[in-house]
Design a protein around this ligand. Sequence first.
Ligand code: VG1
Ligand code: CO
Length: 539
Amino acid sequence: MLKIVQTKPYSDQKMGTGGLRKKTKVMMQPHYFENFIQSIFNTIGNLAGKVFVVGGDGRYYNDKAIQQFIKMAAANGVSKLIIGQNGFLSTPASSNILLKYKTDGGFVFSASHNPGGIDGDFGVKYANETGGQIPTSISDKIYESTKQITEYKIYESADIDLSKIGNFKLGDMQIEVIDSVSDYVEMMQNIFDFDALKQLFQKGFSMKFDAFNAVTGPYAIRIFEDILGAKKGTVINSQPLPDFGGKHPDPNLTYATELLNIMNNPNSPDFGAANDGDGDRNMILGRNFFVSPSDSLAILTDYYSIIPAYKNGIYGVAKSCPTSTAVQRVAKEHNLPYYEVPTGWKYFVNLMDSKRITLCGEESFGTGSNHIREKDGIWAILYWLSIIAKTGKSVEEITREHWKKYGRSYYLRFDFEGLDTSVADKLMQDLEARLPKLEGKIFDNFEVSEAHPFIYNDPVDKSSTKNGLIVKFKDGSRIVYRLSGTGSSGATLRVYLEKFSKTELDKNPRQMLDNLLAIAMEIAEITERTDKKEADIVT
Ligand code: VG1
Ligand code: CO
């Protein structure tokens, strides 16, 4: 039975870098989730004939949210939903299904790398027919709609059983529950040479993959263990759990401690990797060796011709502004068009759709290609395995060879978390105002060559975006400052540091960047304004 529920607007439903992200308890407030979904439906307009893909990373409140979503979609006249079995879909798998079946959009219920559980975070990522998350022009309209909402429509009915694959109906709406993994596997088989990868594992190659008890476990088991023949137990923490087993599913040097402990020892497996909660981020490790995501993007680009899907040539490459310049040097060497966009995968979508780029990545452990319109964790791992299979070299050898050829961008990100929003906003505003005066100034041995906000003019839709502040130095070093757009409370200041060297290839990144860190802290008056003497997260 169709029901119309009266509601009042919430004032804080503005999407950030990757959809709407809130504390789970905020999302669970009466009508909160429903208001947001109805606002998206209202913004789309006529839903007759529309088909959406729906899934999530299995975190707490996923089950309830999906059932509410189904009932609201039926009440709003949506024609069909394609839903991952048990409500599971990784973000890359969802983007693939969205594009493959030419649907009108997709919803992934996830707060990505943020912790789950009742005291953790919950989120909604909304992609449109491009397969990628909506541009700001649309999310602004949705935000306006959330501020005016007075009612939402919902179907009153029993929950749909999502454990069974098959076709169902709710009112006039069709529901197709599909295997969450098989379309994704098929896509990977069309990109990579699976026979070569099978041979690698047959020769005794060993690997550990940490799924953090989030959504990628079933994907990783099917691909690495069942199909490619990696040993049973290659995938750890493979069972999706509502609280991720208490783990923080953020694949980086701070949170992936279990995997780092396995890899940082002389008898470790040959290869280590992890994904985040919703499967779009990746971390790559060799034996006692970490590959920075910026280097990873550069190395993947350098080897594009060995991958079946890319061997006939790629259009170009792109990185987000804070990502290191390593990929830029590779683009130059291969004569590839090169772009720099604001932080957030949505900015790559137009470049892919207009055939300007094939590969792209972000320093935040995201890499991907135009096979979908989201970053893709397992894709990046299969790409690395392909390079290893082809060259017979280790992760460390491949990376060191890269530095030898192109030089090394020492790179680290420093996050100052839990800041008062007004303090953080003021810090950025005041810093921006001071930037023009910095040009030509000398700090230590570093002379400032440029200092300005990062402004991106999209060549396709002509929109202009300002995100972050850049200070560049004569020797090519860079500091980028930005405020995070994915947190669920307070503000996080991110400070990204890069120092390039053609000759010193074997230094400790932290030591190489120490001076620059002190300068970055000084320029932005971080300690004076935030009381923080050091960053909470370094990665
Ligand atoms: C962060 C990363 C950004 C990434 C975004 C979404 O955003 O810096 O590179 O695209 O998360 O990733 P921010 O605004 O907090 O810096 V995911 O895996 O959370 O969807
Ligand atoms: Co993610």
